[in-house]
Ligand binder design. Structure first.
Ligand SMILES: O=C(CO)[C@@H](O)[C@H](O)CF
Length: 536
């Protein structure tokens, strides 16, 4: 076989809900290797569905930590068998599904620091966890702990101002509180608690890796302004928690050289640096190379917004995290549950199930839709908590139906006006240099993206985000190599492939939507007050 040319590179890992994935990125920022291990397919002995176990109560959702450990064994063996040259790896970083937590049993650190290169990780770490089935982000069994935490710090808005989010069931502090309350013995036998991200980093480090600021922002425990644990939140969740968490670190930190285990077993260079792992969403922000003022819109089953924020305004909706690539700034995540499933429903009802007909309707109706406005929430919306369909005429009179073309434009304009209004409520502002990066299924429809450009008054680009968390992690590893040089992340990743411009705002769009956005916000409050009483 022809000798492979040496190719210095960084690795980006993603310990996500359904798989462990890795990419290798060279100095020109080209991805030249990728591999994955799917939990359901490749580790059937764990019996997961979608990488998780949904418990009988329908609320508790966990994943076996040894499945994640064994997946790493398997993927490294696959890379070795494929002839991957580990000696070329300069640094690595990674991502993990956010909010999940791993509980290292007392004494585990001695095992982690003295791994035998002759054995796989699974065999050696078998007895190192006090909780075998780790709570993950899909868990919603901690409502009581959420109320206790909010009460302890002065309410939901106070908690949001402190940690970037009101209490959410999936957030780690509430999960730790539940374990302490329901399994105190396991908690007392726990010497370290990691996030999925810092757990994965610990495996490569051969010692406990600290939690990074960005993924730590998803715990309801970290003061996002001061970047320290909130003593009030720690105390409300469980005793002696700070010693189990360790001190959080900036997301761009080099947390140490790779463990000798990987040097001897796989041939990594002894100087290979491990850069702090972070959450999958912060890593995706890095992978999409979002910059100040940019917004990424993932148009999927649910629509997710990634925002880059300088000065956040924590609210009762959405999440503010410390920014993973600029420690002075922040990022925000907003989730809209009625995404593509809602678009497909209106397509079926008003465009005979055809996206081409759907597009024609958008082309044949004017910006502003003659003042007609619609709210389409067939499932309970997260942002804000509204359900049902509500249509209003130009005179703000609620009507029961629209003509089909008007219905289609009302859906799309409404979805994007909601995004702009709630993004601005978190402190986001469109800037002259703002780019909107669109991804996900609906980003293939140019007419939908034209409405997005018009509503936001900013150009829309499309990017391939298939591996955004992995690629973002590899980019962050390169950034870690420049640690101490103050070189900005944007400079490190400037060679990466540029996004493609697809739509620019139609002349006059800002005038049309400035008025419409105000009406949309007023009508949204009207619906909310009708359904849940006046806002807090
Ligand atoms: O809960 C989430 C973010 O808050 C999800 O996006 C998880 O990070 C998915 F792994």
């Amino acid at each position: 076989m022809a000798e492979r040319a040496a190719r210095r590179c960084c690795l980006g890992w993603d310990f996500s809900t359904q798989q462990v994935k890795v990419v290798a990125v060279d100095a020109e920022l080209s991805v030249f290797y990728e591999d994955s291990v799917q939990f359901d397919r490749d580790l059937v002995e764990f019996g997961t569905q979608g990488g998780v176990h949904v418990h009988k109560d329908g609320l508790t959702v966990t994943s076996p930590v040894l499945m994640w450990v064994q997946a790493l064994d398997i993927i490294l063996e696959k890379m070795k068998a494929s002839g991957f040259d580990f000696s070329q790896v300069l640094a690595l970083s990674g991502a993990g599904q956010q909010h999940g937590s791993v509980y290292w049993k007392t004494g585990a650190s001695q095992v982690l620091t003295s791994l035998s290169p002759g054995l796989p990780l699974r065999e050696q770490l078998q007895a190192c966890f006090s909780i075998s089935n780790c709570p993950v982000w899909m868990d919603s069994s901690t409502a009581a702990q959420c109320r206790q935490l909010e009460a302890a710090v002065g309410g939901a808005q106070a908690l949001s101002r402190l940690t970037g989010s009101r209490a959410y069931e999936r957030f780690t502090g509430n999960q730790i509180a539940k374990i302490y309350q329901q399994n105190p013995e396991a908690y007392s036998h726990t010497e370290r608690i990691s996030l999925v991200s810092s757990f994965a980093a610990s495996l490569f480090l051969g010692s406990y890796s600290p939690v990074d600021y960005s993924d730590g922002s998803g715990m309801n425990l970290l003061q996002i302004q001061d970047k320290v644990w909130s003593q009030a939140c720690l105390g409300a969740c469980a005793p002696r928690l700070e010693e189990k968490l360790g001190r959080p670190v900036p997301s761009c930190s080099v947390v140490g050289p790779i463990s000798s285990y990987f040097v001897q077993r796989y041939g990594f260079p002894p100087g290979c640096k491990v850069v702090a792992f972070t959450g999958d969403n912060p890593a995706s922000l890095a992978g999409m190379r979002l910059e100040e003022g940019d917004i990424a819109v993932s148009l999927g089953t649910s629509d997710t917004l990634f925002l880059w924020l300088q000065e956040p305004t924590p609210a009762l909706e959405g999440h503010i995290f410390c920014n993973p690539v600029d420690p002075q700034h922040y990022m925000a995540l907003l989730c809209f549950k009625n995404g593509s499933l809602m678009r497909e429903k209106i397509r079926d009802e008003s465009a005979s199930g055809s996206w081409s007909e759907f597009s024609k309707a958008l082309q044949s109706t004017e910006m502003g839709n003659g003042g007609n406005l619609g709210f389409y929430f067939d499932v309970m919306e997260i942002t804000p908590e509204i359900i049902g369909r509500h249509r209003f005429s130009a005179e703000n009179r609620e009507v029961s139906a629209f003509p089909r073309e008007v219905e289609i434009r009302a859906l799309i304009e409404g979805q994007f006006m909601a995004k702009k209004i709630h993004a601005e409520a978190l402190g986001y502002r469109v800037m002259p240099k703002t780019k909107i990066l669109a991804t996900g299924g609906a980003s293939h429809n140019r007419d939908i993206l034209q409405v997005l450009a018009d509503v936001f008054g900013a150009p829309v680009y499309i990017i391939d985000t298939a591996n955004s968390a992995c690629v973002g992690s590899a980019y962050r590893a390169f950034h870690g190599l420049a640690a101490g040089t103050d070189m900005p992340f944007a400079e490190i990743v400037k060679l990466a492939p540029d996004p493609r411009l697809v739509a620019t705002p139609t002349p006059g769009a800002s005038q049309v939507y400035e008025a419409l956005l105000q009406r949309y916000a007023m009508l949204e409050q009207r619906i909310l007050s009708q359904t849940r009483g006046p806002p807090e």
